[in-house]
Design a binder for this molecule. Structure first.
Ligand code: MTE
Ligand code: MO
Length: 575
């Protein structure tokens, strides 16, 4: 007996090809944000005030420190604590080549990480502490308040960054910035681990790790001396003063690991696999801490950079760029070369990313996609309780806009059929009544949008594993394609591809209810996918058909989904 190959899903013809670069006439129109504001109580304060206030505080501190230093008690204090904690052990090995190299690589990687991170933030330019992203509960934003008089999707909320600031700048380009952020993170992590190992296998750890409580009075003394503009003696070749030690220690051993942990905890797969830990350290709190850690790095770089100049540029650049301890001009030109490399990278990266977007997507997937994909294997089981349900759930995506769909809404989806076919033994059409008659599963889960917002809702629907049992995919079926009734933002049908393993996870359902009520059109009626180990864009709304396939290279632009084709996302996005 020979079996006929199944005819391909007719909706395939509605998929569209996509550009391999960003063309501005096809891209989201720009939208300027506002200067960042911080909410204190009910008042929003423009962070631009930090400049005049900071300058005034600095001037006062200088005056204060200078008068303090005339007091005999303070004189005695500085005499006892000259700046370097007395029992700080001495480093004998100077500034070895590996330390210089790692310092440079760290700067180089941070440039990409910080700029691409800002670009990701600009896609949902608000921060919150609570679990949900209810408008008005944000504590930081660089966007106006959420308009109440119309549907305002998360995509509407995204703002433009200049190409010199974000990577690649523009608006809603986080698909590409994420590849930069995660790929360079991996390199930065490798550099960091190698740095930790080398620090502790040599005597270099002595620079950074305080071994005596004396470091605190020493740091205070150093701060007073710096602030009075009469600097302490520098022994940077062999050991650091209290203030240096504390700030370097915090940067290397606290801010860096905190950034990594709070970054990972924003992932649906990791947060859901972490159980109570993921529920306690919710995504929005993690995003906020991630940002504060970023702000620490910005402050550190500014202060550290300024100190390199004002405490002796020749000695300092000789130490870190030439590995010698004298007052010659040897290190300074090398420092300039390093800065020129950073500047060149800075100027090139955004234009390159815009004109080679597909290449950036492919390279990113090659470097980090496989690692991210590992998290897909975990079956997400983490659920919340009814009291965690968000009062507000951001709508997102491109709404259906066709007579076909309006007609379905008008008749309350009576003639709607979900078509399930492709590489299956028993292709089938389901009416909404058929689906409702099957065993229903309810779950209270967090939705993680790639743009950064999240929300908790209760979903009711039928498990995908039951559909698998009915239609029986053949062994050749490796992926499930979800076709929507709606087009995507750039024309052509919205669709998305999942590995078939995702279909048998406990919490993968086709939802027709949200928070105990029938699903609204805004959130995907008549049917939407819930697949809790992936980011939101992979959960197709207004599902029209499911096709099981062996490969997706011949669908659309071949990247595994609409946003994968048009916005350069990855098709496996559990992180
Ligand atoms: N058909 C279709 N499905 C879609 C989208 C879309 O644009 N079209 N957007 C996706 C994105 S990016 C997200 S975050 C969720 C948003 O679901 P919500 O509107 O219920 O919040 O739907 C996903 N499903
Ligand atoms: Mo999203």
């Amino acid at each position: 007996m020979t079996s006929q190959p199944p005819s391909p899903e007719p909706l395939r013809a509605k998929l569209s090809d996509a550009d391999d670069r960003i063309r501005l006439d096809h891209w989201m129109p720009p939208q300027q944000g506002i200067f960042p504001r911080i909410r204190i109580g009910r008042k929003w304060i423009n962070t631009l005030w930090a400049l005049p206030i900071g300058a005034a505080v600095l001037l006062c501190l200088i005056a204060l420190a200078q008068s303090l230093r005339e007091l005999p008690e303070v004189k005695a204090f500085i005499q006892n604590h000259p700046g370097i904690a007395q029992s700080t052990p001495v480093v004998d090995s100077g500034f070895p080549w590996w330390l210089q190299l790692q310092h440079f690589l760290n700067m180089f990687f941070m440039l990409f990480i910080m700029r691409s991170g800002l670009q990701i933030l600009a896609d949902h330019p608000r921060l919150y502490w609570g679990r949900d992203c209810t408008p008005g509960t944000d504590w930081f934003r660089f966007q106006v308040p959420v308009p109440k008089d119309r549907i305002w999707t998360a995509k509407d909320d995204s703002v433009t960054l200049p190409t010199w600031l974000g990577i690649p700048g523009l608006r809603h380009t986080l698909g590409l910035s994420r590849w930069w952020h995660f790929s360079v993170n991996l390199l930065w992590l490798i550099n960091g681990v190698a740095f930790y190992i080398l620090l502790f296998s040599t005597d270099q750890w002595r620079r950074l790790v305080p071994v005596t409580w004396e470091v605190f009075p020493a740091a205070l003394s150093t701060a007073i001396q710096y602030a009075s503009l009469n600097f302490p003696v520098d022994e940077g070749w062999t050991r650091y003063n209290g203030l240096q030690q504390l700030s370097y220690f915090v940067t290397v051993f606290i801010a860096a690991p905190v950034s990594i942990a709070t970054g990972l905890m924003q992932s649906p797969a990791i947060s859901n696999a972490a159980g109570w830990f993921g529920r306690l350290f919710n995504r929005q709190a993690m995003r906020s801490v991630h940002f504060i850690s970023f702000a620490w790095f910005v402050g550190f770089i500014l202060a550290h950079g300024a100190m390199v100049f004002v405490t002796g540029i020749r000695q300092n650049t000789n130490h870190m760029f030439a590995g010698i301890d004298d007052a010659s001009w040897t290190g300074f030109p090398l420092f300039l070369v390093a800065m020129a490399i950073l500047l060149a990278a800075w100027l090139v990266v955004s234009p390159f990313t815009i004109s080679h977007a597909r290449l950036v997507q492919r390279t990113g997937a090659f470097m980090i996609g496989w690692l991210m994909g590992l998290a897909e294997g975990w079956d997400p089981r983490s659920q919340l309780t009814k009291k965690d349900i968000s009062p507000y759930f951001w709508p997102n995506g491109t709404m259906p806009n066709s007579k076909e769909f309006d007609d379905l809404v008008a008749e309350n989806f009576a003639s709607y059929r979900l078509h399930v076919g492709g590489l299956v033994e028993a292709p089938r059409d389901f009416s909404l009544a058929d689906l409702r008659a099957m065993p229903k599963q309810e779950q209270i889960t967090t939705h993680f949008c790639i743009q950064g917002w999240s929300g908790v809702a209760e979903w009711g629907g039928m498990p995908m594993r039951d559909i698998l049992d009915l239609v029986k995919p053949t062994p050749a079926a490796l992926y499930a394609v979800f076709y929507s009734l709606a087009d995507g933002a750039d024309g052509g049908r919205y669709y998305d591809v999942h590995k078939i393993d995702n279909m048998s996870h406990d919490l993968t359902i086709l939802a027709y209810e949200m928070n105990g009520a029938p699903l609204s059109v805004l959130h995907g009626a008549p049917l939407r996918l819930r697949c809790e180990n992936e980011l939101g864009f992979k959960m197709v709304k207004w599902v029209a058909a499911i096709e099981f396939v062996r490969d997706f290279a011949d669908l659309g632009a071949g990247q595994g989904g609409y946003n994968e084709d048009h916005e350069f996302y990855g098709y496996r996005m559990p992180i």
